[in-house]
Design a protein around this ligand. Structure first.
Ligand code: NAD
Length: 272
């Protein structure tokens, strides 16, 4: 991996993820912060990072658009909203930048557009950047190949009360991995709610249940239930640091890669 200083721009710098990402970049020896953007409605706009966000930089201003960042940058890091990240990727494709996108909740149409756009720039897109969760993805794929017959699969996720999309991007990714491993179409077999006299569970169902409570950072359980036993694979994020470490690792990894769409499995060498 390139050990030289990589210059980053952060989109959504006042967000839960954005603020922490900026702080860790400013502390990093391998990454530099060229500038940040925020929504025009945020009152930190136009202020320095120090005055607006309490970060140790009293020179760079918080701007509205990536085009307004004065210092040169290589990699854009964006944890915001799908519409915002679509604009980021359009910018990256024109300006020939690299992008690390952690935003979740993209529609199928947006995902198609991302695939098309990423032909023009190198992009890491991952609904969960943690090393533990990406190991879980691999374990789920491996277990699904072993526990093929006689096991039901269910996914449970818990997140904080502020999360806007459901199921989580991570739960959907697990569901896709399971559907692919079993040769099923998720649109046909995904079951997102159960209520009333719905009859027995169908053999091919992939259940996905979302819970929202308090300040839970993120927990995912994949349950393989057979007769007389069940196997559970559980991941619990204890702080947002796991996503931030992953995102910044991806920012260093993506520099110099060919144009295209990558996920954290690619970044961590877990594909194939
Ligand atoms: P948040 O709401 O705290 O932060 C989003 C920020 O984006 C806000 O500060 C908002 O003002 C800003 N924003 C809105 N419009 C903007 C614009 N036009 N330009 C620039 N900034 C703009 O949300 P969060 O908890 O930080 O999560 C953000 C996203 O990251 C969500 O989709 C979440 O699911 C996802 N997430 C992904 C991972 C991962 O590992 N991939 C981990 C945690 C969260």
């Amino acid at each position: 991996m390139d050990k030289k200083l990589i210059s980053c721009a952060v989109v959504g710098a006042a967000g839960r993820m954005g603020q922490r990402i900026c702080k860790v970049i400013l502390e990093s020896e391998k990454l530099a912060l060229a500038g940040v953007t925020e929504n025009s409605r945020k009152n930190c706009l136009g202020k320095t990072l120090k005055d607006g966000l309490g970060l140790p930089d009293d020179k760079s201003l918080i701007v509205e658009k990536l085009e307004e960042i004065r210092k040169p940058f290589d990699v854009i890091i964006d944890f915001t909203f799908p519409e915002v990240s679509m604009e980021t990727m359009l910018f990256a494709s024109h300006a020939k930048k690299h992008a690390v996108i952690g935003t979740t909740g993209f529609s199928d149409e947006q995902l198609e557009e991302i695939k098309r756009l990423s032909g023009k720039f190198p992009c890491v897109l991952a609904p969960n950047m943690s090393m533990g969760v990406n190991t879980l993805f691999k374990l789920v794929r491996d277990v699904a190949l072993i526990l093929k017959e006689g096991f039901d699969v269910e996914i449970m996720e818990i997140h904080h009360r502020y999360k806007k999309d459901a199921p989580s991007g991570t739960a959907l990714k697990i569901a896709q991995i399971l559907a692919e491993s079993y040769g099923r179409d998720l649109d046909q077999v995904g079951v997102y709610q159960r209520k009333g006299f719905i009859g027995e569970r169908k053999k091919d169902e992939i259940g996905i249940q979302s819970l929202r409570a308090g300040d839970v950072i993120g927990e995912h359980t994949v349950l393989f239930g057979g007769l007389g036993e069940r196997l559970e694979i559980v991941h619990k994020a204890q702080s947002r640091d796991c996503f931030i470490q992953g995102a910044l690792y991806a920012a260093r990894w993506i520099k110099g890669k060919p144009n295209g769409l990558y996920d954290m499995q690619d970044v961590l060498g877990l594909n194939g």
